[in-house]
Ligand binder design. Structure first.
Ligand code: GLC
Length: 534
């Protein structure tokens, strides 16, 4: 193995590639069928071997697991389901020793209804300072909530504290499940509380935080009815009363100051699910470092759409100065191999998409299993556990199935040790041929393509052909060849039509499928091209 990269490099995050680990589905160390910290520790060499700069871990803090950990009951602990704080400390040390940074998820919009502060608020009753930490409001009457807002998971966004009580007629707000009450960010005590949470993890040496539902913390004053109510189909974006309120920026200015007070500076990356020009405002120089390019994350296989969104993102980047942050997958969305059409074609496209985002200017996030080109799994109805499924009829379980490590099917394809309980979600048919073991053996596998891409990306950056400051110029050639010129010596091309495409002049240094005998890029393939002698 080559020497681990030094961790103290200013601005390292601008073009970093981060691997997202969904701990409960990554590797099960203790045999209970749920992935955990000890499983992740054992598999760290694998993650390091990919050539990524760090890991983002979705929540492992104490939680009743109603929303698979996004309902946090203790922000500064480790749920026994995943292990102990000593194991987390060991993991952090081991990751740092390998040059891998660790990002955690912080969930500031809501907590669990089991959080001690929420329980205290329920107990303290109407009008108390405890209730002022959340949105407790009298309803229109005992049966009608304060306004028409809908929960993203389906149903209304309000629940009665105690439906049977005449004395307590209050409702509380939950943009997600009823077990996830929203904090009241207009109360300064909430901001102080979260500064403590940030400092707790930063003191430990955690390198960065991914901020959950970052654009929704503030609700418009008055909590009045909204024209768009924020349903399971449209998401939060459609309720202007809860999304992108101006006051939220002050939170991230404060968090940036906290992050910058540590050495090396800690990094903030936001789940800011907004249009490019609105999302970019969260990455102004004194706010977050990064925000996922969400308008890009969910695109279909369409050159014109990629070019249009790419151009919009580039304009927003120029206006606000922050590097872009690319992703095609995460634990909430349908796997790209399926989204791009499924089957062999979807798999080729997902592989091409992965190579493409790794060539674009800025940072990139890869979701576990993307390197194995995993498709979305059609999880049997009775096995689905996502609250968005049980409440709203949309399931995210299919992107969260435990990773296949071995070609043989024993122990959930190597996810668990021998003699373990069944995995928390059933593994899928054909998982063995998609396993890490199978990909390690295959010369042309997507796993090998990822390693080659990250190695080359490093070399090209060292040679100053790629730079974190590069801009991108997007266009479509011959109706379906997507081209993004990066800086002045490099471009990414993706053949998104159904005939082979002629590439712009230059040397192809990497492609997701072999070029045709005529030197054309076949359909559903991407290439990196050096456009001038370097
Ligand atoms: C974010 C998470 C998602 C979760 C939701 C509520 O979108 O990524 O998994 O259900 O927030 O916390």
């Amino acid at each position: 193995m080559s020497e681990p990269a030094p961790l103290h490099v200013p601005g390292w995050w601008q073009d970093a590639v981060i691997y997202q680990v969904y701990p409960r589905s990554f590797a099960d160390g203790d045999g209970d069928g749920v992935g955990d910290l000890s499983g992740l520790l054992t598999r760290l060499p694998y993650i390091a071997s990919l050539g990524v700069d760090g890991i983002w871990m979705t929540p492992f803090q104490p939680s009743p697991q109603v929303d698979q950990g996004y309902d946090v009951s203790d922000y500064c602990g480790v749920d026994p389901l995943f292990g102990t704080m000593a194991q987390f400390d060991a993991l952090l040390d081991a990751a740092h020793a390998r040059g891998l940074r660790i990002f955690l998820d912080v969930v500031p919009n809501h907590c669990s209804s089991e959080h001690p502060l929420f329980k205290a608020a329920v107990a303290a009753g109407p009008g108390s300072p405890e209730r002022a930490m959340f949105h407790f409001v009298d309803g229109v009457d005992g049966d009608t909530p304060p306004n028409n807002w809908q929960s993203v998971f389906g149903g209304r966004a309000w629940s009665r504290v105690d439906p049977g009580s005449d004395a307590d007629q209050q409702w509380y707000l939950h943009l997600f499940a009823p077990e996830q009450p929203d904090w009241n960010w207009r109360n300064p005590a909430v901001g102080d509380y979260f500064e403590g949470v940030l400092r707790f993890w930063f003191e430990k040496g955690v390198d960065g935080l991914r901020i959950d539902v970052a654009h929704a913390l503030f609700k418009a004053e008055g909590l009045t009815d909204s024209a768009g109510t924020g349903t399971v189909v449209d998401g939060l974006r459609s309720n202007p009363q809860v999304s992108d309120q101006e006051e939220v920026h002050e939170v991230y200015r404060r968090w940036r100051r906290v992050a910058a007070s540590y050495s090396p500076e800690r990094v903030l990356v936001g789940e800011v699910n907004l249009a490019p020009h609105r999302a970019a405002r969260y990455t102004r120089h004194d706010e977050m470092h990064q925000a996922f390019a969400f308008s890009f994350v969910k695109l279909g296989w369409d050159a014109a759409a990629w070019a249009a969104v790419g151009t919009e993102l580039e304009e927003a980047r120029r206006e606000h100065g922050a590097p872009l942050t690319w992703a095609l997958e995460n634990h909430d969305i349908v796997r790209s191999a399926t989204r791009f059409g499924g089957g062999e074609q979807g798999a080729l496209r997902a592989r091409a998409g992965l190579l493409a985002i790794l060539g674009l200017p800025g940072g990139a996030y890869i979701y576990q299993g993307q390197e194995l080109n995993l498709p979305e799994v059609d999880v049997p109805l009775e096995a689905r556990v996502d609250p968005m499924w049980t409440r709203g009829g949309v399931s995210r379980d299919g992107a969260r199935v435990p990773l296949p490590w071995t070609s043989a099917s024993e122990n959930a394809f190597g996810f668990s040790p021998p003699g373990s309980a069944s995995p928390w979600l059933p593994v899928a048919a054909g998982w063995g041929s998609r396993s890490v073991e199978a990909h390690q053996a295959g010369e042309d596998s997507t796993l090998q393509l990822l390693r080659a891409a990250l190695e080359l990306r490093k070399q090209l950056t060292e040679q100053e052909i790629l730079s974190p400051d590069d801009g991108g110029t997007w266009r479509v050639e011959d109706r379906s060849l997507l081209v993004c010129e990066r800086g002045d010596r490099f471009l990414v091309a993706v053949a998104m039509g159904d005939v082979p495409a002629r590439l712009p002049e230059g040397d192809v240094v990497l492609s997701s499928s072999p070029l045709t005998a005529e030197g054309l890029l076949p359909p559903d393939a991407a290439a990196w091209v050096l456009t001038q002698d370097s």
